[in-house]
Design a protein around this ligand. Structure first.
Ligand SMILES: CC(C)(COP(=O)(O)OP(=O)(O)OC[C@H]1O[C@@H](n2cnc3c(N)ncnc32)[C@H](O)[C@@H]1OP(=O)(O)O)[C@@H](O)C(=O)NCCC(=O)NCCS
Length: 168
């Protein structure tokens, strides 16, 4: 498909999903492991938060803060010396926030095959220089149907989060 921009304000200049995609590769070391010899869930969460923050800063062009992390499910463990690959992609742009999907994998270095450890959705708020929520200067351009489908699914997730906040 041809590049297409969607969003609450498609008149904003747009960036492609690929422009801010962030890939971080980590080697699981002794200090990343718990007493059972597995990667700490908290360490993976730190790496996820870091990758999402970089992708969001790249998209927004300035400072962001993490407002929320959706449910985190760990699908499989990682062990010492495993290569963990973390891929963060902006999936949606709101008024002052962006949603970032972060997929974490363990990579088999012999075959390059990756197994999913975790998929997380984070809401990052653009806070600009003032440290307050600030309109995101860039909308999002999709280069394929999957990116567009992800945007539509993100709109549902935004509605659900807002409803959860109202109920809370
Ligand atoms: C995130 C924060 C800036 C939001 O401030 P706020 O005054 O509630 O701002 P607003 O109500 O204007 O919301 C700003 C954006 O954040 C989104 N948002 C706010 N709370 C949210 C939540 N709990 N979940 C998902 N999105 C949220 C809003 O939908 C809005 O996005 P939009 O403009 O794209 O629609 C503020 O709560 C904060 O500073 N929290 C601490 C963040 C932090 O320190 N993170 C590091 C981990 S400790």
């Amino acid at each position: 498909m041809a590049d297409q921009t969607l969003g609450p304000d498609a008149s904003r200049p747009a960036k492609r999903v690929a422009d801010s995609r962030t890939i971080v590769t980590r080697n699981v070391t002794e200090s990343d492991m718990n007493g059972q010899g597995r990667l700490f869930g908290g360490r993976l969460m730190e790496w996820i938060d870091e990758a999402a923050g970089i992708a969001a800063r790249r998209h927004c062009g300035g400072n962001v803060t993490t407002a929320a992390v959706d449910q985190l499910v760990f699908h499989r463990p990682a062990f010492r010396n495993d290569v963990v690959v973390i891929v963060a992609s902006v999936t949606h742009v709101g008024r002052t926030s962006v949603e970032v999907r972060v997929d974490s994998y363990v990579e088999d270095i012999a075959t390059s095959r990756r197994e999913l450890l975790n998929r997380a959705y984070l809401t990052e708020v653009y806070v600009g220089e003032a440290g307050r929520p600030t309109p995101v200067p860039f909308s999002l351009t999709f280069s394929n149907d999957a990116e567009q489908d992800e945007w539509r699914a993100a709109e549902q997730r935004r509605r659900r989060r807002a409803q959860d906040r109202d109920e809370a």
